[in-house]
Design a protein around this ligand. Structure first.
Ligand code: ADP
Ligand code: ADP
Length: 219
């Protein structure tokens, strides 16, 4: 469960996020939709405790991210797939994270399979990965600690159509087992197939929210 209330972020005179309120329930995928610069990343960074809000609050299971006893195990986060360690192989990135998080290393192989990175890909350095492969690795990293909540910023960016189809299945399955997913995109087609609910943001404000059926009726 993610709860965002009147969340606001100002950079000097510029208000990047302006009183945003929404909730994401267990068992659902919430699509967070808006054009570039709308405030999606800033909102997600505030939920994950990486950017301090200027006002309002964001909680996960009723607690601010930074006060969760084990945030890495509770919430899987993919904020910028291009930011992963370029000099390490995919397997190393996951192996090191598993070690840090106290996750059984066998989980690394399972996740490489789940996200479709084969043995050859897993042995290559991340700097040689396409953006789509980095997104797959980022999703594996986000799921490594078996979290109950996933926060994914533009994970479909760089994925090919087959990858988007694959991701839809993974996220659907995660939500159907009681997980909570917040998934951002600037493209409706990337979220509409998987999202149950949509939160549409523009200029830092929520301009529409509701079930996908409510919002897309008549469109
Ligand atoms: P989105 O993820 O929807 O593309 P962002 O949250 O990245 O949007 O950005 C929202 C607005 O806030 C944009 O106008 C962006 O330029 C601005 N912004 C984001 N981060 C900063 C920052 N660190 N300093 C100043 N402005 C920022
Ligand atoms: P995204 O594509 O995820 O929305 P951006 O490309 O907008 O991200 O921003 C990348 C990074 O630059 C982020 O850390 C963001 O906070 C920062 N940033 C974005 N806009 C500005 C800005 N106008 N001034 C300073 N930093 C910014």
């Amino acid at each position: 469960m993610i709860s965002v209330e009147h969340l606001t972020k100002r950079y000097g005179a510029h208000t990047a996020v302006d009183g945003v309120t929404f909730a994401c329930e267990p068992g659902t995928v919430t699509g967070f939709l808006g054009p570039n610069g709308a405030g999606k990343s800033t909102t997600m960074r505030m939920i994950c405790g990486l950017t301090p809000p200027s006002g309002g609050s964001a909680t996960v299971h009723g607690v601010p991210y930074r006060r969760l006893p084990n945030p890495g195990r509770e919430i899987g986060v993919l904020l910028d797939a291009s930011a992963q360690h370029p000099g390490r192989t995919g397997r190393e990135v996951l192996g090191l994270a598993a070690q840090t998080m106290g996750v059984d290393r066998r989980r690394v192989g399972e996740l490489l399979d789940l996200v479709g990175l084969n043995a050859t890909a897993a042995k290559r350095r991340v700097r040689a990965y396409s953006l789509g492969m980095r997104q797959r690795l980022g999703i594996a990293l986000a799921m490594l600690g078996d979290p109950r909540v996933l926060i994914l910023d533009e994970p479909a960016n760089g994925l090919d159509p087959e990858g988007i189809f694959w991701m839809r299945g993974v996220l659907r399955d995660f939500a159907d087992r009681g997980g909570t997913v917040l998934l951002s995109s600037h493209l409706l087609r990337e979220v509409e197939a998987v999202a149950d609910r949509l939160v549409v943001i523009g200029g830092g404000r929520v301009v529409a929210s509701g079930t996908k059926d409510e919002l897309l009726a008549g469109s």
